[in-house]
Each structure stands twice: as C-alpha cells, then as structure tokens.
Write a protein that binds this ligand. Structure first.
Ligand SMILES: [Zn+2]
Length: 542
C-alpha cells in the first residue's frame, strides 16, 4: 500500500492544468481553461478546468473532480494505479507500506489454465457447450473452462505449492466450517478480464443443477462487478472501429454474438448497468445498444439503463428480445440477419422510457393519464433543455394532451452555464456562490435566509445547506457569468430579498382563516418588527 505521506507529497506536486493538458487540449478562457468534455460527446466545450481551485467540472454531463479523479476516469485505472501513473508523470517517487504484501496475480492465471484443461476431459461440460452451439474456436478465444469438485481445485493449489491466502484473495477458494473449499464447483468457467487484459475473476455456470445458475467471483480488491464488462478486452477494437457497443445480460450471449461476427458485444456481470460502468462505456464514444430479454426483469433493467444512459447523454438505444429468445439462442438458430436488423434499429433510450411509462397507465382514465404526465414530466427534467423541447411535443401527442401541460425547463447544471438567466435567478445564484466562496458566512446567512425565500433556486440553496460538496455546486463555483458579492453587496441583496418576503407574509396573515384575531395581531407585530429591522439595515452579515 502507498503511504499516506507520499500520497500527500504527490498531491502537492500536481497541477491540474498541467496534468489534464497531457491528455486533452485545453484553451484559456478567462481565469479558467476549457475543452470539449472527454467524458461525453459534445461539440461546444463545456468542460472547465480551474487552476485556482485545482478542479475540473463539465457543465454538460456533471463529471468533475481533481487531478487524481481525472486520470482515474480518463485512463480507467484503479486508485493505486492512478497514483503510480501520476507519480511517474511528475517524477515523484512513492513509498510503500512494507507490511503490505503484493498479491501474486499469476495464481489466477494458473487456475484459469487448470480449468481450461479440465474442460477437455469433461464430456458433460463439453456437450453442454456444444448443445448451446459454442464452437471450439470460441471456447479457446474466451478461455472457457470447467471447475470440477472442490477437492480437485484445492488439491491443484496445494500440489503446485500455490499460496492459499492469495487464492482466497482472488475469490478462488474460501474457508468454511470444514476448512478450505472452492467457490466454483461443477461449473463452466468464464474468466473475466479487466480492461488492461489481466484476469481478475471468474463467472461460472452450473451444469449439475446447483441452486444458482450463474455465480461470479466475490467482490475483491481487483474484482469490482459494477465497473467491469465481460468480454470488453476482446471487444475493444471493434467498439472503437464501429463506434458501437452491444451490452447484453449474459456470458453466453457475448460468446455467441462474437461467434456470429458481432465482436463488439459485452455483458454486465449479473448486475444492472450502473453509474460506475459509464466511464468504460464512454471509451471511444460508441453508440450503446442495450440488448436485453423481454421478460419483466429484462424490461425493467432496460428501463433503468435507459434512464441512466439518456440522462448521461449517451447515443444509442434498446433492443428487446421477446418470446423467450435471447441473442445466444438466435445465433444458435442461425438467425443472424434478424439479429443484424434488430441491432441496426434500436429504439432510442428516451423513446423507450416514454413508451414504457405510458404502457404502465390506462390513458382512458383521466387520473392515470395525470400520473403518466407527472412521471414523464419528472423524467424530462433530467434531460438537456433541447431534448426537453424536442420530446415534450412527442409526449403531448402520445398522451393526446395540450403540449402546454408539459413542463419544459428546469434548473440543471447545464443551464447555469448559459447567460440567459432571469435576473431573480442570477441574484439567487449569486447569493449561493458568495457563500460557497466564503463558507464562514453560512452560519449567519442561514439564520436569516430560509429555503422558501428563494423563488427559483431553493433547491440549490438546500443543497448548499445540506450537501455543500455536491457537483452541481461545483458547476456554480466555476461559472464565470456569476460573480460573488462583496459583503456589502450580500447585505444589500439579502435586504432586497427579505423586504418583499416579509411584506408578503404580513399580507398573507390577514387572510389566514386558521388564525384567530389575536394570533394574527401577535404574528403581524412580530413580522413588522422584523421588517423594520431589515429596513433599518440591522440585518448585517459581517
Ligand atoms: Zn461532460
């Protein structure tokens, strides 16, 4: 393990502009630097690097962080790998904690070879693969193997003097009540590679009717299920060349699709597509085709993936295999043309989400129609303003309603980069920015200023109060259009916000039917006192 001290030392040698410009071209823009974001496709630069704050932020996709985070995401490296890379870039040496023993990764390679050899001698496993239509070439290409009994694997490790602690670290074995046992028993094995081509774990399919049809290596230091994609190391070249990636649900789908020539197919490792997969999916800027089963679980997974991918501005769409088909079966049945047609015509993510939401509701029932509208409005708000505009008319048509009912426009970090804000919006954001830049003011300000006093940006103020590290606020910090107030300016602005607020409150009390005459008098007097105080500038944030 790298020592804390040397990480701190490394950090002090990092300049974010210097580091990022070694990967992408940065252009000076005011106090900051700009570029087209390397994490999402765009033609006008919304990726900003701040030399003062030593952070980057993308107004388009919300990506952001420091030098370490950038290199980690850009190069798809683990944290220690990133530190090592940065250390060599800036010529700083790292110290390692000597108590930490480096894991010998050759063990998993040896186990993989062992599983492959076992397959050759196991007729049952071989005939299973043959029945599924998997060719010998694919078996070799994907290094498919077979794990026999637990004692076989344990004996193999022992007779080859392999380190059992390392084997456990890699999730090959575990210890239970009766000692060591192997995790993969009577299963077809699929080695899982990291993007840089090293084996990090296995997937296993039972052929003897074990409870779980598929299992994976447990989460280990090297094996993070929600970041890896099965087959990526083999698919990489085609993905870059064809600018398309097919994401399926299963190992066999990947093997069979490659066999049929779709060598840009990958699969998630028995998990849903998550935020953590996105940096890997983003590589090479491919169009993403989510190819899932038409059963309830598959549709639900495709729906979630579409929400995630449309929100993160991925191009591509969904292909659903209905009638119990899956890509592997279709290849086995030689339906290659049909597959080709399906993959070349995916349903765009946003359309898929809209249709699926609408299908859930009975549009003949006004109340259900209202719920559908509400759900779709909420979804629209997560998209960019242009897409909101585009899709609001589609939704209106599908729901057969007036398009005025669709609420386009909602604050998101993309919009604050635009100068076309209302003046109230700017005033409110400027207050928030002033506090962000002078956090010591927060305690005083929050005594006077509550979330409901904001007309437009109450959400952002609420974020500032409860989650000041949030990315959306980083966007505001770097926004050149919004310049923080001086203390005097802040006092003036607060006064201008609070006077109409309290004046309105006093009016409201007059008409409040829940208050007795006496209560109204007391409350009014309180508020009038407060108002006088504010007007006489007793409200001073110092
Ligand atoms: Zn971006």
């Amino acid at each position: 393990m790298i020592t804390k001290e040397s990480i701190e030392n490394l950090k002090s040698h990092l300049d974010i502009v210097d580091i990022i410009s070694q990967f992408i071209e940065l252009k000076k823009s005011g106090a900051n630097f700009k570029a087209c974001c390397p994490f999402h496709g765009e033609e006008t630069p919304s990726f900003v690097v701040s030399p003062v704050k030593q952070i980057y932020h993308c107004f388009g996709c919300g990506a952001g962080g420091d030098s370490i985070k950038f290199v980690m995401e850009y190069e798809k490296l683990s944290y220690p790998e990133t530190l090592e890379k940065l250390a060599s870039m800036v010529n700083v040496s790292l110290d390692y904690d000597t108590n930490f023993k480096k894991i010998d990764s050759s063990i998993i390679v040896k186990v993989n070879e062992y599983y492959q050899k076992l397959l050759i001698h196991n007729e049952e496993a071989k005939s299973y693969l043959k029945n599924r239509g998997i060719s010998d070439f694919s078996i070799e290409k994907f290094e498919i193997g077979y794990a026999s009994s637990s004692s076989d694997t344990v004996n193999f490790l022992k007779t080859n003097f392999l380190n059992l602690a390392d084997a456990k670290e890699f999730g090959i074995i575990d210890t239970g009540q009766n000692g060591i046992y192997s995790r993969f028993i009577e299963r077809i094995t699929f080695p899982i590679y990291s993007i840089n081509g090293t084996i990090v774990g296995f997937g296993g399919r039972t052929i003897s009717g074990h409870n779980a049809k598929y299992i994976n290596s447990p989460q280990t230091k090297l094996f993070n299920k929600s970041r890896l994609l099965y087959g990526y190391h083999l698919a990489k070249e085609t993905i870059y060349k064809q600018k398309t990636i097919i994401v399926t649900e299963g190992y066999l789908d990947v093997v069979m699709l490659h066999q049929a020539g779709f060598s840009n197919a990958v699969a998630t490792l028995g998990t849903a597509l998550t935020q953590e997969h996105l940096p890997l999916l983003r590589r090479g800027e491919p169009k993403v085709i989510v190819a899932y089963d038409g059963d309830k679980a598959g549709l639900n997974a495709a729906y979630k993936a579409s929400l995630l991918l449309s929100h993160s501005q991925f191009k591509g769409g969904v292909v659903i295999f209905s009638d119990g088909q899956d890509p592997a079966d279709m290849v086995n049945e030689n339906k290659i043309d049909q597959l080709n047609a399906m993959f070349s015509n995916p349903k765009p993510f946003i359309d898929f989400v809209i249709d699926l939401v609408i299908e859930k509701y009975d549009l003949n029932n006004p109340q259900e129609k209202q719920s559908a509208l509400q759900e779709l409005n909420n979804y629209l708000k997560t998209l960019s303003p242009i897409l909101q505009e585009e899709y609001s008319s589609l939704i209106a048509r599908k729901l057969n309603i007036n398009s005025q009912l669709i609420q386009v426009q909602h604050f998101n970090h993309q919009q604050i980069s635009n100068a076309n804000l209302s003046s109230i919006g700017i005033d409110e954001l400027t207050i928030i920015k002033t506090i962000l830049e002078n956090p010591e003011l927060l305690d005083q300000v929050k005594k006077e200023l509550t979330v409901d006093m904001f007309e437009i940006h109450g959400n952002e103020y609420n974020t500032l109060l409860h989650n000041p590290e949030d990315q959306s606020l980083v966007g505001l910090m770097l926004n050149d259009h919004i310049i923080a107030y001086s203390k005097e300016g802040l006092n003036n602005q607060l006064t201008m916000m609070l006077i109409p607020y309290y004046t309105k409150k006093i009016q409201q009390i007059k008409f409040d039917e829940n208050l007795s005459f006496r209560e109204k008098a007391i409350k009014t007097r309180e508020l009038q006192y407060k108002l006088r105080e504010i007007k006489s500038k007793k409200l001073i944030i110092a």
